[in-house]
Ligand binder design. Structure first.
Ligand code: CO
Length: 217
């Protein structure tokens, strides 16, 4: 990788943008009003903006190994908080991808050091859906299905957060589960029934959003 070339590319990009719109960066510097929070994989082949065909300023983005939303991960929880409560996004996307190295590693039992606790979250998804997954004989198909089920489970983790539950009562916030097929370049909507999912888990995760201190009186 020629690092110097990156800076040349950047200057070319600046000039291209300015040619089309002289105020482009002046406008960009005024602030961001993205409508989408995109949570995707760090995989270098799975870009965020490029595969969605959107411009800087249109999506708030978090990428980590295997597009995970662990309940105790401060990074992802802060991103969700900021996107929902401050940026007021109306869409949250969890985008997985086939041929995901993180999901593949979780299906094997190798010791991967610091990656172990991270990947264990994916093994938990496997355990939750063990019956369905074990029925799939073809290993590649089973692996692809785990990618999809992992997206679904991470969407559920998004839905469980207090921020999303609160926003659901005030406005039309939707959670989407997608998969990017690296082999075709296509984006697949898993058509997760977000409202139904929400109903099914609310008896367990529902938060009473009234002020807990006031309630005690
Ligand atoms: Co991946």
């Amino acid at each position: 990788m020629d690092i110097a070339q990156i800076f040349k590319n950047n200057q070319n990009w600046v000039q291209t943008k300015l040619k089309v719109e002289p105020d482009y960066f002046t406008e960009l510097s005024k602030g961001q009003t993205p409508d989408i929070l995109y949570i995707g994989c760090s995989d270098s082949r799975v870009s965020a903006e490029e595969l969605m065909g959107i411009a800087p300023g249109e999506a708030f983005v978090l990428r980590n190994i295997a597009n995970m939303v662990p309940n105790t991960d401060l990074s992802v929880m802060s991103v969700i908080n900021y996107a929902v409560e401050h940026l007021k996004v109306n869409h949250i996307v969890v985008c997985g991808h086939y041929y995901c190295g993180g999901v593949q590693a979780a299906m094997k039992s190798g010791d991967l050091g610091i990656l172990n606790p991270w990947l264990r979250n994916i093994r938990d998804v496997y355990r939750t859906h063990r019956d369905e997954l074990n029925k799939i004989e073809d290993e590649e198909s089973r692996y692809k299905r785990l990618v999809e089920l992992n997206v679904q489970e991470q969407c559920i983790n998004v839905i469980k957060t207090a921020e999303v539950q609160k926003a659901q009562r005030d406005r039309d916030l939707t959670v989407h589960g997608w998969v990017f097929d690296v082999h075709s370049g296509g984006l697949i909507d898993l058509n997760i029934d977000f409202k139904k999912l929400l109903q099914n888990i609310m008896e367990i995760y529902r938060l009473d959003l009234a002020d807990p201190i006031k309630q005690e009186k």
